[in-house]
Design a protein around this ligand. Structure first.
Ligand SMILES: [Zn+2]
Ligand SMILES: [Zn+2]
Length: 351
């Protein structure tokens, strides 16, 4: 079968290869991939970043869904023909404090399907038996009203759900600022609206114009930091007041600096965006203003379960966020478009 393989940890070590179709053991499941989302992390891998997560040679693609085509003799819960989505957990230890409290995504030994083990940028992907034993919630049924393309981008929506409802709890009527109009930022916008936010302000910068107009369409007030004064505009839009919640889905140090200037006393800041750059600012205002600052990594079973419930009620717009659907063979075009911010979310389908 054709698969997009990262064959080393250095930049550019990615190519489509012919690899054997995975063999299924008695407790394993084989999924025919129908669609897989390109994540910023995939592009980072290709650019040589975040390579500590990789276990090459490995098939990339950690946001995928499809149809079960084969199950081992011992698999009772699933059958061929089931439409499924994976939360990309491929291995956890089952013994650490995080596994034992259901926080599998935080397991130190966790391997993600699509970087730690073979993923969904391929015709087929295998779900190992061990993970189905240890954490049966790693595989979920795709709701009937969701297409495969939409299902392929559930993962960032779950990430946003966790940031807005589990890391902090938004109260109806609160004002939310989101830095970074990428897919996770746009899902955070939708979650904030679902949570009853009075105002959602999305801040982008140079090159984010397409993404900002999409944010407007989804109901946000937008600010382009390349052209407008962020602090003044936020306060002005929010009727002269500081905001209740800031979500940093961008990453650079300047964002945290600005977040501290626009957040009210006892407000909440959630950081999802990565940056290797040092912060270089005083955090004293966290103390002076009793601010909560929380890092967000991933999601848990509750995030997935509740997002799937929202999906069944048609509460989340996935289609607006998917700007391109391309065959797997055009992966490089897709990766470049994400790198250059020409697209919001791209879904790849096997050729
Ligand atoms: Zn991702
Ligand atoms: Zn563990």
């Amino acid at each position: 079968m054709k698969a997009l393989v990262m064959y080393g940890k250095k930049a550019g070590m990615v190519e489509v290869r012919d690899v054997p179709k995975p063999m299924v053991k008695e407790d394993e499941i084989l999924i025919q991939v129908k669609a897989a989302g390109v994540c910023g992390t995939d592009v980072d891998f290709w650019l040589g970043k975040n390579s500590h997560l990789l276990n090459p040679p490995v098939i990339l693609g950690h946001e995928f869904c499809g149809v079960i085509v084969e199950v081992g003799d011992k698999v009772k819960e699933w059958k061929p023909g089931d439409r499924v989505v994976s939360d990309n957990t491929g291995y956890v230890c089952g013994k650490c404090r995080f596994c034992l409290t259901g926080k599998y995504v935080l397991c130190e030994k966790r391997k993600g399907i699509g970087y730690g083990m073979d993923g969904g940028f391929a015709d087929y992907v295998k779900i190992p038996g061990e993970i189905l034993q240890r954490f049966s919630g790693c595989l979920m049924r795709l709701p009937e009203n969701l297409s495969f393309e939409e299902g392929a981008i559930l993962e960032p929506a779950c990430n946003a759900y966790r940031a807005v409802f589990q890391d902090i709890s938004i109260n109806p009527g609160e004002a939310v600022v989101i830095f970074g109009p990428g897919p996770i930022g746009l899902f955070c916008l939708q979650m904030a609206k679902i949570g009853g936010a009075s105002k959602v302000i999305i801040i982008g910068t140079q090159g984010d114009e397409t993404r900002l107009s999409l944010a407007q369409k989804l109901g946000a007030t937008t600010i382009n930091a390349a052209k407008e004064k962020v602090i003044e505009r936020v306060i002005e839009v929010n009727n002269g007041e500081k905001v209740d919640i800031v979500i940093d889905a961008a990453g650079p140090p300047i964002v945290m600096k600005q977040a501290l200037e626009i957040i009210r006393k006892e407000g909440h800041i959630v950081k999802i965006g990565w940056s290797a750059d040092p912060l270089n600012i005083s955090l004293d205002s966290l103390i002076a203003n009793s601010i909560t600052r929380k890092g967000n990594w991933g999601y848990d079973y509750i995030s997935w379960k509740n997002v799937l419930n929202l999906v069944r009620e048609n509460k989340i717009d996935f289609n607006s966020i998917i700007t391109d659907i391309l065959p797997l063979s055009k992966w490089k075009e897709a990766f470049m478009k994400i790198r250059d911010k020409e697209s919001v979310k791209i879904v790849l389908k096997p050729d």
